[in-house]
Design a protein around this ligand. Structure first.
Ligand code: PRP
Ligand code: GUN
Length: 147
């Protein structure tokens, strides 16, 4: 089954699941470690949990971006703790320069430089998620002068 980490991974989940040729159940987990800032606090909070028991299931976690890796590290550990038979990862984007914790990623999309990206589900303070492509946010926006 596919487990998407909301909210950012929603577009990625839709695109990936529609490209798959095998039947796959989907479920969602909403986590946050960013609040309204642009860097991870490292403290994960569960905003909304899965509706499925993952015990004995083969799970593919679908992520939009891996930055520090804290979110993914927490999610992999948590799903294994709940008894998933296997836990693998699909990540659309990775920002290697900012990695704090390494997590094995089976299916990798693209590497991005150390810049804050938005669009295709990715937000800055809940804005820009509905852009249909991924763009680098101008630092003036998160440094305050354009907010
Ligand atoms: O590797 P990390 O440093 O942990 O960062 C990656 C996470 O950050 C973003 O989520 P965010 O917490 O902003 O929530 P959102 O998906 O609801 O925007 C993104 O969607 C990843 O889940
Ligand atoms: N929108 C967005 N969320 C993130 N979470 C971790 N890194 C990023 C990023 O570059 N953009």
């Amino acid at each position: 089954m596919l487990v998407a980490v909301l909210k950012g991974a929603v577009n990625t989940l839709v695109a990936l699941s529609q490209a798959m040729t095998i039947d796959a159940q989907i479920d969602f987990m909403s986590l946050s470690s960013y609040g309204s800032g642009s860097s991870s606090s490292g403290r994960i909070t569960v905003r909304q949990d899965l509706s499925t028991d993952v015990k004995g299931r083969n799970v593919l976690i679908v992520e939009d971006i891996i930055d520090s890796g804290y979110t993914l590290d927490w999610t992999v550990r948590e799903l294994k703790r709940r008894g998933a038979a296997s836990v693998e990862v699909f990540a659309l984007l990775e920002k290697p320069a900012r990695r704090k914790v390494e997590v094995p990623v089976k299916y990798k999309g693209f590497e991005v430089p150390d810049e804050f990206v938005v669009g295709f589900g990715l937000d800055y303070d809940e804005r820009f998620r509905n852009l249909d492509s991924i763009a680098v946010l101008k630092p003036e926006v998160y440094e305050g002068s354009l907010v």
